[in-house]
Write a protein that binds this ligand. Structure first.
Ligand code: HEM
Length: 140
């Protein structure tokens, strides 16, 4: 799915700010963010605006490592489902239909990629030595 011409920076600002307001108010995932970002919400929001600007408008403003940022948060597939539901609700309210569909599609793909990195969820590969049953034993 290609970025749509109607996606603008003000739309991304509105999407990100409205989404994290809902996230903070959410009983399931709000506390994870509140704890991590207590004194640096403004920085996080600016990072997330840059992130979505890079994804949707190819501005290259985000150069971080999302996989590393999510590594030690104890996230579960249920957390991701909740995140994606809140994100989809926000996108549908803030954006025209095509733009909302674009953001939601990208969010799902990135959530899949983060979960594969964390080795959780239905697409997890479970390749670490402790959990792998598929690898043949090496002969020495
Ligand atoms: C279970 C769902 C999720 C939770 C609870 C979560 C939580 C967090 C938290 C607490 C941070 C701040 C880390 C820090 O600065 O110390 C963060 C950063 C970030 N998250 Fe998530 N996240 C979730 C899913 C996602 C998804 C689906 C995406 C992308 C579509 C995403 C994109 C990012 C990005 C780009 C950052 C900034 C990383 C950086 O500092 O460069 N997150 N997330």
């Amino acid at each position: 799915m290609q970025p749509r011409a109607e996606i603008t920076e003000p739309m991304i600002q509105a999407l990100v700010h409205s989404f994290y307001e809902r996230v903070l108010a959410d009983g399931e995932i709000g506390p994870i963010f509140a704890k991590m970002l207590e004194h640096r919400w403004d920085r996080h929001l600016a990072t997330m605006v840059d992130f979505w600007s890079s994804v949707a408008l190819s501005t290259g403003r985000y150069g971080g490592k999302p996989h590393v940022a999510h590594r030690d948060l104890g996230l579960t597939p249920a957390h991701f489902d909740r995140w994606l539901t809140l994100f989809a609700n926000t996108a549908h309210e803030i954006c025209p239909e095509d733009a909302a569909a674009f953001f939601i599609d990208r969010a799902h793909r990135i959530a899949d990629s983060l979960q594969i990195g964390l080795d959780i969820g239905s697409k997890a590969l479970h390749l670490s030595p402790e959990t792998s049953h598929a690898r043949p034993h090496r002969q020495h």
